[in-house]
Design a protein around this ligand. Structure first.
Ligand SMILES: [Zn+2]
Length: 335
């Protein structure tokens, strides 16, 4: 076959192969490069999520399910009173009765001295942490078999954190979750917001509008695309975005969302000079360490003026009259 008598089909085949063949070595390189971190390249939809996966693969490199990642908790240790134990026992009876279990042999005031000693001197059966008065390490009883009542034989002392993790999962999976949680806290890696910090979840979630990013134009062409602005529609009681007469002259940043700061968190760069960030590095929050409602303490933290490893999110009540909404729509107050 000479070039002169090629059909359209021949052309299609030749150029299809020519256009795609050059990608194969590059893709193979990327696939092999990722395999060493246990990441499957084609499982990720964007380069940033792939970079995130690689970052976490590296961050957890030294992790072992057998490691000791317990941290010292400075909060006061647990002290049990008879009143506390009575309430606990009553609660367990109600819980078991609701499941139609026989509660005759349940833990009761007879066992007070035993559990007082256990909770004040012993450790959690799953994570070996001492019991604390408040927070994640307060004591609970974990039932070894969930279909049986709270009898002394069926119960083991367990901190609130481990008990919540365990729920109905198996013991090994629970252990893995706890170890991962300890490891990430010890190394300041991001963790999920747990039920204990539900308030923080709502504080952050309610402040997120739209989604990950606020995209007004998917495509911006220099000299062509009009710049949009939000306007408050008095009648419909909602914001709408409208074109202005201003036209894009430069594109100085594209596709910025928090996946990128997450990828580059703690990597130093000369551009990073913001107040509060040490050594030209910026950080993503690692985990929630507490919620404060005492106003004096809040003001002391905000005004301390020092670089600190703690970041904080605050909720501020503000009011903008309806006739001033358009002034704040495009640059809402940032505090
Ligand atoms: Zn525990």
């Amino acid at each position: 076959m000479t070039k002169n008598n090629w059909t359209h089909w021949d052309y299609l085949k030749k150029y299809n192969i020519q256009d795609t063949e050059i990608m194969i070595p590059a893709l193979n390189f990327m696939i092999n490069h990722n395999v060493q971190y246990g990441i499957e390249l084609l499982g990720f939809v964007s380069l940033s999520s792939y970079a995130c996966a690689m970052k976490y693969a590296m961050a957890y490199e030294g992790f072992s399910i057998e490691g000791n990642y317990n941290q010292k908790d400075e909060s006061p240790l647990f002290e049990m009173t008879e009143e506390y134990w009575q309430k606990k026992c009553d609660g367990y009876v109600r819980q078991d009765q609701a499941k139609k279990l026989n509660t005759d042999d349940n833990v009761s005031m007879v066992h007070y001295e035993f559990y007082k000693y256990t909770f004040e001197n012993g450790v959690c059966a799953l994570c070996q942490t001492r019991f604390h008065k408040y927070g994640r390490f307060r004591p609970t009883l974990d039932r070894k078999e969930n279909n049986k009542p709270h009898t002394p034989e069926n119960c083991q002392p367990c901190c609130w954190r481990c008990n919540t993790y365990k729920s109905h999962h198996d013991e090994k999976l629970t252990r893995l979750n706890i170890q991962l949680d300890n490891f990430s806290r010890l190394n300041n890696l991001p963790t999920n917001i747990v039920r204990e910090h539900e308030k923080t979840y709502h504080l952050l979630r309610d402040s997120i509008t739209g989604g990950l990013s606020n995209v007004l134009h998917r495509r911006n062409v220099k000299g062509e695309t009009k710049i949009n602005k939000f306007f408050w529609n008095q009648e419909k009681k909602c914001y709408e975005d409208r074109d202005t007469e201003n036209i894009v002259t430069h594109v100085c940043g594209i596709d910025f969302n928090s996946l990128y700061p997450s990828c580059y968190s703690s990597a130093p760069h000369n551009f990073i000079k913001m107040m509060g960030y040490k050594d030209n590095k910026f950080f993503m929050p690692g985990s929630v360490i507490g919620e404060i409602e005492d106003k004096d303490r809040i003001m002391r933290i905000i005004n301390c003026g020092k670089n600190t490893k703690y970041l904080y999110a605050v909720s501020v009540k503000g009011y903008i009259p309806e006739d001033k909404l358009n002034k704040a729509a495009n640059f809402p107050p940032i505090i």
